[in-house]
Design a protein around this ligand. Structure first.
Ligand code: HEC
Length: 116
């Protein structure tokens, strides 16, 4: 079992190389972005905020803070890396692997749409 699957604190490190190059199985475009936005409003906005800037109502109590999806740091990652981080969870962020895979890729598309 790879160490990042182990129970206990969620990882902080980079995504494994095998995950970085994963390509989204869903087509990019307004439909995917809209789907991702809906899923994000329900599941992510409490921490990441309605516009993804990491300033949701629950963010105050967290350190490190929820990621700003519009930031270069996030946008510089590959789709596979972002997908892996959502799926695995990170620090204070829980894993989202219970969300349908399709919704997780739609979240990646939505995050991409926020690039400044
Ligand atoms: C309980 C609050 C919380 C919720 C809810 C939450 N996140 Fe997070 N998220 C965080 C925190 C905190 C971090 C930073 C973790 C760290 O680096 O320690 C983070 C980091 C991330 C990152 C990593 C950015 C990077 O490049 O390192 C992504 C992507 C992300 N969240 C996406 C999502 C998505 C998509 C959802 C909804 C399905 C979501 N998050 C829901 C708190 C949350």
């Amino acid at each position: 079992m790879p160490s990042w699957r182990a129970p206990g604190p969620r990882p902080h490190g980079p995504a494994p190389d095998s995950e970085k190059n994963k390509k989204s199985p869903i087509a990019a475009g307004p439909k995917a972005v809209e789907q991702g936005k809906k899923v994000a409003r329900v599941n992510c906005a409490s921490c990441h905020g309605n516009s993804g800037k990491g300033n949701g109502p629950a963010a105050m109590a967290l350190n490190p803070k929820p990621a700003d999806w519009t930031a270069k740091k996030v946008q510089d990652e590959t789709d596979g890396e972002i997908f892996w981080k959502i799926t695995t969870g990170r620090g204070a962020m829980p894993s989202w692997k219970h969300l349908p895979e399709n919704d997780r890729w739609a979240l990646v598309q939505y995050v991409r749409s926020l690039k400044k």
